[in-house]
Structures are given as C-alpha cells and as structure tokens.
Write a protein that binds this ligand. Structure first.
Ligand SMILES: Nc1ncnc2c1ncn2[C@@H]1O[C@H](COP(=O)(O)OP(=O)(O)OP(=O)(O)O)[C@@H](O)[C@H]1O
Ligand SMILES: [Mg+2]
Length: 276
C-alpha cells in the first residue's frame, strides 16, 4: 500500500527552535521497520494489536525499565541512573536478564496470539549482539559492537518476527544495554528505519505539554536541547540512539507514543519527532 498525504499546516505551538511547516512524507505500509517498544508502555494491548497488524516486516527491540526497577526494589537493591543509563553492578545483572527475558517471552506470546508469530531472543542468542563495556563505573553496562544481521534476516525469511531483549555479550558474559541504544544499533546494521515507541508523543519543548512536540530535529538541534536540559533522563539515550542509527545506515528515525494508529501516523509525519 502506497499512500500520499497532502497536508500543509503549521505546528500548533510557537516554541519550536524554528517554526516550520509540518513535514509530510510519502509512506508505504509494507516498509520493513525496526520498532523499539518502550518498557514504559508495559506491553499495552492496543500497541500490541497495532504492531501485530502492521503489514510489513518488523524487527522488534523491547525495554523493561519499570519492571527491572520493581524487581530490583523487591529484592532489596538500590537503583541509580547516570545520564539516563541504569548503573548495573554485576550482582544486579542476573535480575536484569531474568526480567528482560521473561518480558520478551510474554510479548512474543502476545504477538503470536494476535497472528504475528514472534520469537523472543536476547543478544546472547547466536551472538546476536556483541558488546563492549561502556564505562567500568556503570558496572555491567555495554554498547553494541556487532550485530548478527544474518540470523535476523533468516528469521524474517521464515515469516517470524524477531523480538530482541537488549542484553549483549562480551568476553566476561552478559552486559545490560540500554534498549534504545540496542535498537539504534540494530536499525543501523539492518539499514531499517527506526521507530522508538515510548510514553510521550515525541521530543517535547516542555515535557509536561504534549502540544510542544518537535516534528523534526536535526543532529545540531538535538545536541542544543540536551545542552539546555530540555532533553533529559531516558530521552537522552533515545535521541542519541536515533542519531546513531542514522550514522550507521538507517534511512530515518522517529520517536512517538505507542498508541493505536501510531505506525501509520509516524510514517505520514502526523505524529512523533523525526530525527534527520
Ligand atoms: N524533552 C523531552 N521530551 C519528552 N520526554 C522527555 C524529555 N526529556 C525527558 N523526557 C522523558 O523521557 C521519558 C521516556 O524515556 P524512558 O526511558 O522513561 O521510556 P522508554 O525508553 O519508553 O522505556 P524503557 O527505557 O523502559 O525502554 C519520558 O517519559 C519523559 O519523562
Ligand atoms: Mg528508556
């Protein structure tokens, strides 16, 4: 399906860095996409319906921040973040991996039940995500060094949807990778457009005001907004992952709220923030 949307309207807020026309994109609902499912969405059923019904091929990466936080808390561990990244002492890594693996299996089952057979993997399966330790001070936190794209292609060719939990592997064992960072690396390696679905409609000038969404941001604007503290917390690794995906070969990247109709709306430019 190939659809052209005609639309010329101005953003309904006046605090964008540069006031400009809302972007309008030609879009194709059979386009292959990388979708990152934010842990903040907790597998909302409308979102799973939306993903299951998408006509094109999908590679999925999921997060699990809130669930990991809950389990660490239940087990008496303290949680610390540094620039949006979860500090992961080695003794917490096992909990992180258990929570992400269980979440992935549940999501894959929910998609399969909706008619989209999905296989939950972590980066440890078939060396899917090889990784490097990021900074020793962060504990077992890594960044992707290599993606085994072949195994993903093979699963896609079998009609299966790969769903990846962001655990990487170095010579010492598993590493916790921010899900956005992992998603950006996979999108870059596969050359797929990356859609980061989260609990906000896009990058906002005022995080409390959904009407202050930036429709498009350049690399320079992203860095300015981080410097100004407008982009903070979990949005930092997300925009950096979007830029990283572009650098490595993704044609475009967008951040949007995971809700009904979101994929069509992101493809047409009606919602979300495109980073280009
Ligand atoms: N300028 C901004 N615009 C929008 N959201 C922002 C901004 N700055 C910070 N944020 C925060 O970023 C959050 C999204 O990142 P977060 O890491 O919490 O979710 P997620 O990535 O979807 O979940 P997970 O990390 O579990 O996969 C928003 O809920 C918001 O609080
Ligand atoms: Mg996050």
């Amino acid at each position: 399906m190939f659809v052209r949307v005609q639309k010329t309207c101005l953003p309904n807020h006046s605090r964008t860095l540069h006031l400009r026309e809302l972007p309008v994109y030609d879009f194709d609902m059979s386009l292959s996409l990388l979708i990152k499912i934010g842990g903040s969405l907790r597998g909302a059923s409308e979102l799973l319906d939306e993903i299951a019904a998408y006509p094109g091929r999908l590679v999925l990466v999921h997060g699990g921040g809130p669930n990991i936080g809950e389990w660490l808390n239940r087990m008496g561990f303290e949680t610390h973040f540094y620039k949006g990244l979860r500090v992961t002492p080695p003794e917490q890594m096992e909990v992180v991996e258990m929570v992400l693996t269980t979440l992935g299996k549940g999501l894959a089952h929910s998609l399969t039940q909706r008619g989209r057979p999905a296989v939950a993997l972590t980066g440890r399966d078939a060396n899917l995500l090889q990784a490097n330790l990021l900074e020793p001070a962060l504990g077992r936190v890594g960044e992707v060094s290599q993606v085994n794209t072949q195994v993903l292609e093979q699963l896609l060719n079998l009609g299966l949807t790969p769903l990846i939990a962001p655990i990487g592997l170095d010579s010492q064992g598993p590493l916790n990778i921010n899900a956005d960072t992992a998603a950006g690396a996979v999108a870059g390696a596969m050359g797929l457009p990356a859609v980061f679905l989260t609990d906000v409609v896009g990058v906002l000038r005022d995080p409390k005001d959904p009407s202050s969404r930036f429709a498009e941001l350049s690399k320079g604007e992203v860095h300015t907004l981080i410097g100004q503290g407008v982009i903070s917390g979990g949005m930092i690794p997300k925009v950096e992952a979007a830029l990283g995906a572009l650098d490595k070969g993704a044609p475009w990247a967008a951040i949007a709220r995971g809700a009904r109709g979101v994929l069509e709306a992101v493809l047409s430019g009606e919602t979300g923030t495109r980073v280009a």
